[in-house]
Design a protein. Structure first.
Length: 639
């Protein structure tokens, strides 16, 4: 079969009997194209619609398929389902569906965030999902009566092992609001203005819920024909549904009407909200006053659906570093593979418990600096399913390798054979150094290292943001730079946000790695690299990491071609009368070639004015530095 055959010549009946092929969809009207789905299992038999194309690439071991059609519908739409524990996604609609082997009826409620919420209404399908799930809790509402409760919560709702209960007087036709909040280890229901809570005792993922309504009229003195219990779900995870999910049972004549459905999605369901309504005909008994108990009821039960999660979570650390030297303030910096609880024990005495979300984190572990010497940090990271990973990190504390200023600030640093990490905190400068060999008898010497930065951008009302800078200085006189960016004293490489400063030909940067041509320093035997983080704004969360530093000589190489940098600067003018000038919000101040000399405390930067407006400005302009910190003075001011 030609995968791109004309739609006027389709293959009308292509049988698939547990066979495996690669499928490719090409919907000409919508432009949808799909190929290489996830793992499937082939079942069933299907007719293909005109616009569907089958590619007979028989890579059976790589891409087996599952086909589903609507029962007894010869013109059925073909569905291709990526299976996960029997649950899939309809490749034509992009919505979750259930394995064709279970013959379930499903419908999409709405898209919630980036995930789709699926609804299962057939009893066998609900049972199949429950069989693959762990029940977490149950909540039940009932007509109850004047002598007992109406709402109950516990492991099984209003059973003998219930945890909490609440009273309510049902009004005919009243829409009673309810909401659920899942807090990973407990569920909180608010219904009719009352709150019921059940702690399950363990952290878990809630991603499936079953709903049931029931009206039993076998005792028509308590519940009459036509009485109804109706429940709606109107929002999921704080987002309203395009159409509420509804469930309603209506009392028959001397019988029982029971209705149920189940919702699920792959990711966690944190909140739900909706209404419940009890009604009865005017000539029928009031189920509440007649103490009908659970003859009229609704139930909501929560489940963790899917195969049990047995994979330990990953905690990738940038700081602290095993066998490294750390400054007095210890920061826990890194990435968590998923949400979980972190227990950090320092020196077998102090334990800090943290809840971590998936992604990056930065946590100061103590308020006072650690003592000089050996320390140990033990970490236990437990995910929502109860899986745990552990790390034990031995490290040294010493302030001597680092420069952190001003005194009594909490800047922090880490240095080992593999990495250097500098964090600003409330310090103006944090600096570490590394001595390297220079000079070569022939060829080209190249310095290379990787840079990873995280710049805190909380403070946006600043003229100059935080900066990471790298200098190469004379080993005998660190006030003298051996390489620069066109002006003596400048770092040969600097990063501020997404802006990098360096001299092309001397330095190369690809967004991760910095390469420096050291060939021109053949008369030196060694130099000192200075790595600095400068805090130039009001936030305190920036840090920079240097890894994989290498210093190699290529005997066949030659020094690179330098590209000149324009270093011409305007002359500072004399004193001006500020009253003759007008303050402008269309002129931005830009700083570049920033450098800080720790030995002298001198901070130098090149300043440029940029007119962001549409009106020209005079060549005479003044920049006023107001409210300078105590002890900071502006050298050679013009006025």
């Amino acid at each position: 079969m030609n995968p791109h055959a004309s739609s006027q010549n389709p293959d009308p009946s292509y049988p698939l009997h547990n066979s495996a092929s690669i499928w490719s969809e090409d919907w000409m009207d919508s432009g949808l194209q799909t190929s290489k789905p996830d793992t499937y299992s082939g079942v069933g038999e299907s007719r293909l619609e005109d616009d569907l194309r089958l590619s007979e690439n028989l890579a059976r071991s790589d891409w087996p398929m599952n086909l589903q059609t609507q029962p007894n519908d010869l013109g059925a739409t073909l569905a291709i389902n990526p299976l996960k524990n029997g649950i899939g996604v309809d490749s034509l609609t992009g919505q979750p569906i259930v394995d064709a082997q279970t013959s379930l009826t499903t419908s999409l409620a709405t898209a919630v965030g980036s995930d789709s919420l699926a609804v299962v209404t057939e009893a066998s399908g609900i049972r199949d999902v429950k069989d693959q799930s762990q029940k977490l809790w149950g909540f039940e509402g009932r007509a109850g009566g004047t002598t007992t409760y109406e709402f109950a919560i516990g492991p099984n709702g209003a059973q003998a092992d219930l945890f909490q209960q609440a009273e309510h007087v049902w009004q005919n036709g009243e829409a009673v609001s309810w909401s659920m909040n899942w807090q990973q280890d407990q569920v909180v229901f608010t219904v009719a203005g009352q709150t019921l809570t059940y702690p399950i005792g363990d952290r878990a993922i809630l991603n499936a819920l079953s709903f049931l309504t029931k009206v039993n009229t076998t005792n028509d003195k308590k519940v009459g024909e036509g009485a109804t219990m109706a429940l709606t779900i109107e929002s999921v995870n704080g987002k309203g549904l395009e159409a509420p999910i509804a469930l309603e049972s209506v009392g028959p004549n001397q019988g029982q009407d029971l209705d149920q459905l189940l919702i699920f999605q792959e990711d966690q369901i944190s909140t739900l909200a909706g209404t419940v309504r009890l009604t009865w005909p005017a000539n029928a008994p009031n189920p509440y006053l007649e103490n009908s108990q659970s003859r009229v009821t609704f139930e909501i039960s929560g489940y963790h659906y899917g195969a049990a999660d047995t994979t330990a979570p990953e905690l990738t650390l940038i700081s602290p570093v095993g066998s490294g030297v750390h400054s007095g303030f210890l920061h826990l910096v890194g990435t968590a593979s998923e949400a979980g609880a972190l227990s950090a024990t320092l020196d077998n005495t102090t334990t800090l418990n943290l809840d971590l979300a998936a992604g990056e984190f930065d946590q100061l572990l103590q308020d006072l600096p650690l003592s000089q010497g050996s320390h140990q940090l033990a970490l236990t990271f437990t995910d929502l399913a109860g899986n745990a990973s552990q790390q034990v990190i031995d490290f040294e504390v010493s302030n001597s390798p680092f420069l952190i200023g001003a005194n009594s600030t909490k800047g922090w640093a880490v240095q080992s054979n593999e990495t250097i990490v500098l964090g600003e905190a409330d310090s103006f400068v944090v600096q570490a150094s590394e001595t390297i060999a220079l000079g070569q008898s022939a060829g080209k010497r190249t310095l290379r290292f990787a840079v990873n930065t995280s710049f805190d951008q909380t403070d946006r009302a600043t003229a100059s943001t935080d900066r990471f800078a790298v200098y190469l200085v004379d080993a005998n006189d660190q006030s003298k730079t051996l390489l620069d960016n066109g002006a003596a004293g400048t770092p040969f490489f600097a990063l501020s946000g997404d802006t990098a400063e360096y001299t092309p030909g001397l330095v190369g940067y690809d967004g991760q790695f910095v390469e420096v041509d050291l060939t021109r320093l053949e008369t030196f035997t060694e130099g000192v690299l200075l790595f600095q983080v400068l805090n130039q704004d009001g936030d305190t969360g920036s840090w920079a990491q240097v890894k994989g530093l290498t210093n190699t000589v290529d005997l066949e190489g030659s020094k690179g071609v330098l590209f000149p940098v324009n270093t011409d600067l305007a002359t500072v003018g004399g004193e001006v009368d500020l009253s003759a000038l007008t303050l402008s919000d269309q002129i931005s101040v830009q700083f570049s070639h920033v450098r800080f000399q720790p030995q002298t405390g001198e901070y130098t930067a090149e300043l440029r004015l940029q007119n962001d407006g549409s009106t020209s400005i005079s060549r005479q302009a003044a920049v006023v530095f107001a409210n300078l910190p105590q002890g900071v003075t502006l050298q050679t001011p013009s006025g």
